[in-house]
Write a new protein. Structure first.
Length: 419
């Protein structure tokens, strides 16, 4: 089997790479079967048969548990490690102990520190926004710290009592209003973890000629975690990217010196030689501004919990999470898992009715990551044309005044026809 490898910080991709996949639970098999046909057709057409992915099925979730007694068999994790890239449908989160979340387990085990969520609008997609076409952002969400570290203790347990007593007696904490019924959680945010996330976001912005990177945080309240994230970001930008970026403070000085009244700094980016602006926003204000003036934001770098809220809120502006792609990436080792961002929707399993766009567009991200941009662009354009033609699955059909209702596999057929 041909393997994708990492050589000196760069992916080496053979013409026939082996890529593991997980169909997923619930609607997973339906949307995967549709998606993989789109991938194969686009690659065949873009490269005239010279390139092809060799798909390797691995097990996780309910299918794995029924077959092996394990929600995440060791063989699956080994395959993800060995072949670097993989793609998956939605997985069930086990109830009643064991792995807290299969997705979190993958991210922690492979140290996939970036949750990458691009959000863009496809013309014709039903949206609650007046001008959804103004939404075009790429979210870099920290994927291993903050709430994903999972450090919490239930009230009444010996661990919670011990930690509470330490905080009160040893650290002098007086913030516990109801100590007898308080559960506790610890939010770790490190300089190293923050910097590698922000570094990836800035590199992405520079390489893709994006106008800005916004550090979204709640540093006005959590000064030594969220506030430190912001400060470390500015320091990193000046230290490592000084000739390629402007920090917000530098940009304010530039505007003042020019004497121009600039309503939107991103409209004047060419005036400072095309450098990427590094700025920040308080999380709650950002969620407001993302609706009022989404055109002012491009690349977002943020911690885990903020990123969770932001990515789903922005997805809703452009058609919902059913069409939102996602990836979990370690840019240092090359490991990456591309995935549907929605749930398993078990009541619609085997109905062949659900929208496969989240998996399809996650596959586009995978092809871009591999350097197979011709095939990626071909799929993106075909998805756009299919939606513009109002040939859609039930989720979009119910929101359109007119259109043609398609099954999941028929939607894939239409995309392939439009390649």
């Amino acid at each position: 089997m041909n393997k994708i490898t990492m050589q000196n910080g760069t992916l080496t991709v053979p013409n026939n790479p082996t890529i593991p996949f997980i169909e997923g639970d619930g609607i997973g098999p339906d949307i995967w079967a549709a998606s993989v046909r789109v991938f194969d057709a686009a690659i065949a057409k873009a490269y005239k048969g010279e390139k092809k992915i060799e798909w390797l099925k691995v097990l996780a979730g309910e299918e794995a548990f029924k077959a092996t007694g394990s929600w995440m068999p060791e063989e699956t994790m080994d395959a993800f490690k060995e072949y670097l890239l993989s793609i998956k449908g939605p997985l069930t989160t086990p109830v009643g102990g064991g792995i807290r979340s299969l997705n979190v387990a993958l991210r922690q085990e492979l140290d996939l520190y970036v949750c990458l969520r691009p959000v863009k609008y496809f013309e014709g997609t039903p949206s609650p926004m007046w001008q959804p076409e103004k939404v075009s952002m790429t979210i870099f969400r920290e994927n291993t710290e903050d709430i994903y570290a999972g450090i919490e203790f239930m009230t009444g347990t010996p661990e919670a009592t011990k930690l509470l007593n330490f905080l009160v007696d040893e650290m002098g904490v007086k913030a516990f209003r109801f100590p007898e019924t308080t559960s506790l959680g610890i939010k770790p945010v490190s300089k190293d973890g923050s910097e590698r996330l922000i570094r990836s976001a800035i590199k992405f912005a520079i390489e893709n000629k994006k106008p800005s990177v916004t550090l979204v945080h709640k540093g006005n309240i959590m000064k030594y975690t969220e506030g430190a994230f912001k400060n470390w970001g500015y320091e990193l930008a000046e230290r490592e990217f000084g000739g390629q970026v402007y920090t917000w403070q530098q940009w304010e000085k530039t505007k003042a010196a020019s004497g121009e009244a600039v309503a939107n700094e991103e409209m004047k980016i060419s005036a400072i030689g095309g450098k990427v602006i590094i700025k920040d926003a308080i999380a709650d204000n950002f969620l407001q501004q993302a609706m009022l003036a989404p055109q002012d934001y491009s690349v977002i770098a943020t911690l885990n919990l903020n990123g969770d809220y932001i990515s789903d809120a922005l997805a809703a502006q452009v058609g919902g999470i059913g069409i939102a792609p996602g990836a979990n990436i370690n840019y240092l080792t090359g490991h990456a898992v591309f995935e549907a961002t929605h749930g398993t929707a078990p009541r619609f399993a085997n109905t062949n009715t659900m929208n496969p766009s989240s998996v399809i567009l996650s596959g586009v991200m995978m092809l871009e990551y591999m350097g197979w941009r011709d095939a990626a662009d071909m799929i993106t354009n075909a998805v756009g044309k299919t939606i513009r033609n109002k040939t859609v699955t039930i989720d979009f059909y119910n929101l359109l005044k007119e259109g043609k209702l398609l099954k999941t596999d028929e939607f894939a057929d239409e995309i392939i026809k439009n390649l």
